[in-house]
Design a protein around this ligand. Structure first.
Ligand SMILES: Nc1ncnc2c1ncn2[C@@H]1O[C@H](COP(=O)(O)OP(=O)(O)O)[C@@H](O)[C@H]1O
Ligand SMILES: [Mg+2]
Length: 315
């Protein structure tokens, strides 16, 4: 059986009357990449800070690497890596000096430091820029260096808080490849993001909204359980101006769970066995769109999020 690396039971954090994290429970197994998805303010960072023992929970408990976050946090921190949302690099130090500095902070013995720094440079493909000042690096390189700093003491467990925020899509892809490489080496990874599509990169993904963990499953499991019906792309084919008319027509049709705008077409979610392509086409015809096109599509995690969080989520 897989080893449970993080075991969270009813973890709750209140700030005064405000509940930032509400009775959240989940487990993370060794070697897993667990994504923690949610929009800004949903409680992701607060959860990580509690798991690192940096913030005391109001209620609940969690074991991280078998240690209590309430009473044994000082035993947890040396064994985990943490890349915080506002990761701190020293701009005037070079890449190599930053890594060496963090190796010192994490207590890597002096004799092993140079070796570990070399290993991290090789495994994160940072070679060639070791002597550049951190302040001169682009966003993607800074992000990879920050990951290196969190890895320099060879942790078994990594917490990455929105590591891909603000970097361009190609750097995001490279970064996810690195995360996968680390997981393949046995590192367990807890990673937060507000980009819903990034859940596709995770073994399992949890969806947070306003402090509540709404669901946690594999990407395909989330799609199957949160969206038991079907997803459709509907193009009214009458020019952009009529999209709203088509949307209004679809809203009132029995069996249509949700209809929303998706760029220049409509995304429609229907209840299980409620509709076929033909039945939706006939709805569109009656609404005055004889040339409409309807295609069944794989739901996205954005669809899943909206289905779970409801109309509030679209604001
Ligand atoms: N120290 C604090 N005092 C009061 N409210 C806080 C504090 N830290 C976080 N919050 C609030 O808790 C909510 C969740 O914050 P956070 O965990 O940072 O969300 P996320 O990381 O998902 O963006 C936000 O509404 C935030 O304003
Ligand atoms: Mg955050």
């Amino acid at each position: 059986m897989a080893e449970t690396v993080i075991d969270v039971q009813k973890l709750t954090k209140r700030f005064g009357d405000f509940t930032a994290v509400n009775h959240v429970s989940f487990q993370v197994e060794a070697g897993e990449v667990l994504g923690y998805l949610g929009p800004n303010g949903s409680g992701k960072t607060t959860t990580i800070r509690m798991l690192l023992g940096l913030l005391q929970p109001t209620e609940g408990e969690a074991l991280v690497l078998g240690k209590s976050i309430r009473t044994q946090a000082e035993l947890i921190r040396p064994q985990v890596g943490y890349m915080s949302q506002k990761f701190a690099l020293y701009d005037e130090l070079t890449m190599r000096e930053n890594l060496d500095f963090y190796a010192g902070i994490y207590g890597v013995p002096g004799k092993q430091r140079a070796e570990r720094v070399r290993e991290v440079i090789a495994s994160l493909e940072l070679g060639g820029r070791e002597n550049d000042q951190a302040g001169e690096l682009s966003g993607g390189w800074r992000q990879r260096l920050a990951l290196g700093c969190a890895l320099v003491h060879h942790p078994k467990l990594l917490f990455l808080d929105e590591p891909t925020s603000g970097v361009d899509p190609s750097a995001r892809r490279v970064f996810w490849d690195l995360i996968y490489g680390l997981a393949a080496q046995g590192v367990t990874i807890f990673v937060t993001t507000h980009y819903m599509d990034e859940a596709e990169h995770c073994h399992r993904a949890g969806i947070m909204f306003r402090g509540n963990l709404l669901a946690l499953d594999t990407p395909s499991g989330l799609k199957a359980s949160a969206l038991p019906g079907a997803a459709w792309d509907v193009s009214p084919d009458h020019g952009g101006a009529s999209l709203i008319t088509a949307l209004t027509a679809l809203h009132d049709v029995p069996g249509v769970v949700r209809a929303g705008l998706a760029s220049d077409q409509l995304r429609v979610i229907t209840a299980p066995n409620a509709h076929t392509g033909e039945s939706l086409l006939s709805v569109m015809k009656k609404a005055g769109f004889p040339d409409a096109k309807v295609e069944q599509v794989e739901p996205t995690l954005e669809d899943v999020f909206i289905a779970l969080a409801g109309h509030d989520a679209t604001v």
